[in-house]
Write a protein that binds this ligand. Sequence first.
Ligand code: ADP
Ligand code: MG
Length: 407
Amino acid sequence: MGIIIQKFGGTSLINDERRNQAIDKIQNALEENFSPVVVVSAIGREGDPYSTDTLLSLLKSQVVEPRPREKDILMSCGELISAVIMSNALNSRGYDSIVFTGGQAGIITDDNYTDAKILEVNPRNILESIDKGIIPIIAGFQGMTKDGNITTLGRGGSDVTASILGEALEVEVVEIYTDVDGVMTADPKIVSDAKVMDTVFYNEVFQMAEYGAKVLHPRAVEIAMRSNIPILIKNINTEFKGTLITNYDKTRSYRVDRDKIITSVAHINNRAQVRITPSKLGYKNHERLFEQIAKEGISIDMINIYPELIFFIIDDKDSKKLEGVLGELHYEYTILKDLTKVTIIGNRMAGIPGVMAKAVTALSMEKIEILQTSDSHTTISCLIESKHTNKAVNVLHKHFGLGNKDI
Ligand code: ADP
Ligand code: MG
């Protein structure tokens, strides 16, 4: 009898109706002779009583920032609450279940609080409960250091919990239940015409996630990819078959169809563009600058270095830290905020003429100014003002023929 992971996101646990739907999915797995291992996120989204953001907001009015260790203890509570409620709901329906914290589930991490890396997994407790016929319910998004300190795995980290346990338990499939029908050609909250993708390869969905498509954590995709475990993304509230994320399939031909070189549009908000005018004194070695940025844990992107100018983008939330670094090293700089990076993602678009031209034309027609671009083998990104996000994502989606109506 094979094991499967069933991960339920925040909106999939929000009320009794959703929780009962989740239990139906667990019941289906049991009826098909699988042993389900359940991973849960905190209930709800920002503003809901026990969501991670709500827990953090309890500290907002206080003068000092919590220490990272304590912040992680607070942030881990949402998933614990959720796991207990889910377990009790299962027990009420006649199933025996047991709750494990991340640590009890054997997820051992480093001590990089709020964004800890998983070092090893010892799923002994989970396997024992499966052997006894008890359904394990694991609080997602969290782990434990070797010294027993609680850590969290970064935003969207329950997906990582699901994948890493999937790998450790050598499961048949990782099922991820959420509030959309699958991986779509763009965020359906922005593009009403976005289309569900039947099958997506790990590398495609990894790119989408890296470039902002929140449907799955990029790390979760990486883990599944390295151990070749299929991920199935499904809507908790519909019977839609969902999206299967799997390995490169030789039977699927990659015909480079000019109009379908692009397969999706992703976007990521809260970007800030940093422009540094290095020095009026002439040549300066920027080694220290980049060293300091790395040391502060600030990740930078869309980097352009010219003799008299350096450009890059950061997450808005790192602006203060970066200003500290730049001030210390006596750089002159400006930071432009409220920006969004919009990315078109495709297969092997590099070398195919006209893709960039098409993207630029689409945005220009809507009078959306492009502040910076970057590209890779499979992506083209444009930095724009956030106020244009909806329009930009929609126009690119339409221009590259990705919607249901565009076929
Ligand atoms: P969960 O709590 O279930 O993990 P998330 O909010 O983290 O849910 O992820 C699901 C959301 O991801 C959807 O509601 C949707 O708005 C967003 N999303 C962004 N891009 C995409 C995409 N390309 N396909 C599907 N969903 C997307
Ligand atoms: Mg999520």
